[in-house]
Ligand binder design. Structure first.
Ligand SMILES: [Zn+2]
Length: 538
């Protein structure tokens, strides 16, 4: 080969390389729409367990996406509000300020619009989210967030006053006066269709022939022993049906239809900027609580969610070029099986743990020491005693009351910890100041508590049950602990900017917002806890 041919070859190769880079750049052009889907209480094994029967949206995302199989909501109080606060902020609850459902979005200073019920706003939320980062870069950025639940709609977006809507028990999608004084025309028009009432009298039966379901249907522990077999019937009354819709797969369908109406009305994904559509789907949580993660109902719910998501994505990709959309899917938390059901998890020996006597002794001791109060009471999942409250493993002490009564906090807590540890099923009872010295690489429980609380202001002591055990106070299937099954969630990205495959590296939900930010090319506006999952990016 002479020098001339050689030069020509080099030039040709350079030209080919340049074309390849250009083609690559075209294929992975900056997305015009981020669709962030959070399925409430979706365990990752629902996807693997039912994979062969998935044909719709879950199939598309699970088979064609970047799937992180070792993904976690890596914080301790695995409830809906803290989970949703981590999804698009890239920060743990210790930094978002959203610690529990009860101290989530409920706000008595604001009202719902065209609905009755508790007001809601992000007033407790601290810091920024992907939405804020996008708006800072391009103020044309449009946003829509929808959910059955107020916290599921509000928290992924953070404090920004955007079109954020959730489902009210009267069948309307609503917002609060934090966001505006009236519903926009397109929401009023959607509500006027009275879609939820149209499910009155309908029956939820199996999607596939009965032989496709291996789970027994007749498990009496489910649904508190009432109505635990198929078919499940909606109220025949058009007035009552909307209030009960959340227990049926149709709720997810209605939420997705509402999201699509919003994409059209707001023209999301149709401009030069990158827009945000956040969707939270709640029926998987309702079905999980009522029937448990191993139920035939859960199997059918996942199949129906798959089909609804399929219809949604097909419709979305008719409206918008699929190459312009990047999609992310996760869950706000997982769920543990009923202690009495042993279908998929090694939960033999799991029990319902009764700590009431410990709390009674604590309340009595504090009363005797002169700390005022009414004795031990229980309501809405929270125990309150003299000078303390206890909610799902979190012990809060009234510092002022204790110091007025000259109670020594350190020795009190030493005694309480020892008392908790004598209860069968309690694995750990610790102070945040003790956990601060733990090996947080290997001790996931300590790490997850430290991702909730930075000091002992709100958490005098945290109590962790052994895996698979339940608090005795609550009848339905449970989540909320730092244990593996509550924290393990799907983390999936899908789209032309994503490198599909199975990734077994440790990943956290707080890594999702920085990954999307890296794909879009926007910098976070503050220090965040997550980092971009580079392997997922094409
Ligand atoms: Zn739940």
């Amino acid at each position: 080969m002479n020098r001339n041919t050689n030069t020509r070859l080099v030039l040709l190769l350079a030209l080919l390389a340049a074309t390849a880079i250009k083609a690559h750049a075209q294929a992975v052009a900056k997305p015009k729409l981020v669709v962030f889907i959070t399925v409430d209480a979706m365990r990752p094994d629902y996807l693997s367990r039912f994979e062969s029967q998935l044909t719709g949206g879950l199939a598309r995302i699970y088979k064609g996406g970047a799937v992180f199989t070792n993904g976690f909501q890596d914080h301790a109080i695995t409830e809906t509000a803290p989970g949703h606060s981590a999804t698009m902020s890239g920060r743990f609850p210790v930094h978002t300020g959203i610690l529990t459902n009860l101290a989530g979005v409920n706000d008595t200073t604001v009202k719902l619009i065209d609905a009755e019920g508790l007001g809601a706003s992000p007033f407790r939320f601290k810091g920024t989210t992907l939405t804020d980062w996008l708006i800072a870069k391009d103020p044309r950025t449009k946003v829509l967030s929808v959910s059955r639940k107020d916290r599921g709609a509000i928290l992924p977006i953070g404090k920004s006053r955007q079109p954020i809507f959730w489902y009210a028990s009267n069948g309307n999608f609503t917002t609060s006066t934090y966001y505006g004084s009236a519903l926009p025309q397109w929401v009023q028009a959607f509500n006027a269709r009275k879609l939820p009432a149209s499910y009155a009298g309908q029956t939820w039966g199996l999607l596939l022939p009965e032989s496709s379901y291996q789970e027994p249907d007749s498990v009496a522990i489910e649904s508190s022993g009432i109505g635990f077999t198929f078919p499940h019937r909606e109220s025949a009354s058009a007035d009552t049906a909307p209030r009960l819709l959340g227990d049926f797969p149709w709720m997810d369908e209605v939420t997705l239809q509402f999201a699509l109406a919003g994409v059209n009305a707001l023209q999301l994904g149709n401009g030069p900027e990158t827009d945000v559509l956040a969707i939270s789907l709640s029926t998987t949580d309702a079905v999980g609580h009522r029937y448990g993660p191993d139920s035939r109902e859960m199997h059918d719910q996942i199949l129906r969610l798959d089909r609804s998501l399929g219809v949604f994505l097909d419709s979305l990709f008719k409206l918008r070029n699929q190459n312009d959309v990047v999609l992310a899917l996760t869950a706000d938390h997982g769920m543990q099986p009923y202690p009495e059901v042993h279908a998929h998890d090694p939960n033999g020996g799991a029990i319902r743990v009764e700590v009431r006597p410990v709390l009674q002794r604590l309340s009595d001791a504090l009363a005797k020491a002169g700390v005022p109060g009414k004795g031990l009471t229980y309501s809405l999942g929270v125990y309150e005693g003299n000078g303390f409250s206890f909610d799902g493993g979190l012990l809060e002490l009234d510092r002022q009351a204790l110091s007025s009564a000259r109670v020594n906090r350190d020795s009190l807590l030493r005694g309480v910890a020892a008392d908790f540890l004598r209860v069968p099923g309690v694995a750990r009872a610790e102070r945040i100041s003790e956990l601060a010295h733990a090996d947080t690489v290997n001790d996931a429980i300590a790490r997850r508590w430290l991702h909730m609380f930075g000091d002992e202001d709100k958490a005098a002591m945290v109590v962790t049950l052994a895996p698979y055990n339940y608090w005795a106070t609550y009848n339905l299937a449970q989540h909320g602990s730092p244990n593996e099954l509550d924290a393990h969630v799907p983390i999936i990205f899908y789209g032309s900017s994503i490198a599909p495959g199975r990734y077994s590296e440790f990943a956290r939900v707080v890594d999702m917002a920085p990954t999307l930010a890296a794909i879009i090319g926007v910098p976070p506006l503050e220090k965040i806890d997550g980092h971009a999952l580079q392997h997922a990016i094409r």
